[in-house]
Design a protein around this ligand. Structure first.
Ligand SMILES: *[C@@H]1O[C@H](CO)[C@@H](O)[C@H](O)[C@H]1NC(C)=O
Ligand SMILES: *[C@@H]1O[C@H](CO)[C@@H](O)[C@H](O)[C@H]1NC(C)=O
Ligand SMILES: *[C@@H]1O[C@H](CO)[C@@H](O)[C@H](O)[C@H]1NC(C)=O
Ligand SMILES: *[C@@H]1O[C@H](CO)[C@@H](O)[C@H](O)[C@H]1NC(C)=O
Ligand SMILES: *[C@@H]1O[C@H](CO)[C@@H](O)[C@H](O)[C@H]1NC(C)=O
Ligand SMILES: *[C@@H]1O[C@H](CO)[C@@H](O)[C@H](O)[C@H]1NC(C)=O
Length: 284
């Protein structure tokens, strides 16, 4: 008891060193439009190279309201949805049919049984196909400025494109809560001292964006920056504690917060010494 009290006292100022009281939403996510007309293959590397600090890639659309966040000129623009040829092969092998026929995707019942679309980054089931779009003719997808409808295009055609950027970093390494905290903080850049990385906190307005990342994890749950310290649940970045479902006196071994893939985005509590993926965010 003595020991654990002492270690808590030592831990407290250290954990809260970057605390800002009253912090709310911490997630930033936005789309930007690039006017150059290029083939789809060139868009990914362009988006990715546009920032070394933020996670940036060709645009993923997670839900209908994301379309309102996309500014684009009157035309079509590439997004991150595409068919990856290696997926046809993987699927063909699995089914043990057509295993040497990459064009088997044109077989009538093939498309119906296997959706090979994937995003350049992230996981999303969101689709908003244009009327009469069969999705079977070409391998890359654009959206139209009017209605943001999806259409397949020949990947070598040239269109402007949309990138997505956010400040979340999912670390796919398995660490204890404390190791995860240290890992996030070590991401702080010595060159850009105004950027700070921290284990993520979750406010209701950030749930959707955070859960989109949690679903990409290798582990069923990922660490968030929630800790039971000196009798209170705290976010280590000092964010507002808006959860009322957390037990006021958790068992000693249940002192750290996780977000679960199949959860609703509400933080759950578990053993701090378990090892799992974790979610950092950057701020400045
Ligand atoms: C297609 O999938 C393979 C294997 O997962 C990956 O290495 C490759 O980068 C993907 N292609 C594109 C254009 O992202
Ligand atoms: C959709 O397909 C139907 C049947 O082929 C055709 O009559 C109709 O004009 C098409 N609509 C558009 C918007 O292309
Ligand atoms: C592709 O074709 C199959 C079979 O004709 C059809 O079931 C499927 O819905 C099509 N894909 C899309 C995205 O419309
Ligand atoms: C895409 O366009 C290129 C160049 O115009 C053409 O050579 C190729 O056959 C087209 N691919 C498909 C699948 O239509
Ligand atoms: C982390 O743990 C998960 C689940 O046990 C495992 O699938 C994954 O490969 C592990 N990742 C690393 C980097 O060891
Ligand atoms: C998903 O959540 C339920 C409880 O809501 C739990 O019983 C189940 O084990 C979870 N699934 C996995 C794969 O962990």
């Amino acid at each position: 008891m003595m020991n654990s009290d002492r270690s808590l006292l030592l831990l407290l100022p250290l954990l809260l060193s970057s605390a800002v009281s009253g912090l709310g939403s911490v997630v930033q996510r936005y789309y930007f439009y690039v006017q150059s007309h290029v083939p789809w293959e060139q868009t990914q590397s362009y988006c990715r190279s546009s920032s070394t600090i933020y996670h940036t890639d060709l645009a993923t659309i997670y839900k209908q309201s994301d379309e309102n966040l996309m500014y684009m000129n009157y035309y079509h623009a590439w997004i991150g949805l595409y068919k990856n040829t290696s997926d046809y092969w993987a699927w063909s092998n699995e089914e043990n049919t057509y295993f040497d026929l990459p064009w088997a995707r044109y077989e009538p019942d093939n498309g119906a049984r296997c959706e090979t679309w994937r995003w350049s980054t992230g996981l999303s089931d969101y689709r908003n196909w244009a009327l009469n779009e069969t999705g079977n003719d070409s391998d890359c997808v654009s959206i139209s400025s009017l209605g943001k409808k999806m259409a397949t295009q020949n990947c070598s055609d040239r269109f402007p494109f949309l990138c997505i950027r956010d400040n979340l970093v999912l670390v796919k390494e398995n660490k204890t809560w404390r190791e995860a905290l240290d890992h996030c903080r070590a991401l702080n850049s010595p060159y850009i001292s105004s950027i700070r990385f921290e284990l993520v906190s979750v406010q209701p307005e950030d749930h959707d964006n955070v859960m989109n990342k949690v679903k990409e994890g290798d582990t069923e749950e990922v660490w968030a920056g929630l800790r039971f310290l000196a009798g209170h649940w705290v976010w280590v970045n000092g964010a507002n504690m808006v959860y009322s479902h957390l037990p006021p006196c958790p068992p000693v071994e249940q002192g750290c917060g996780v977000l679960s893939k199949n959860g609703t985005g509400r933080v759950e509590i578990t053993d701090c010494t378990e090892k799992r993926n974790f979610l950092c965010y950057s701020s400045h």
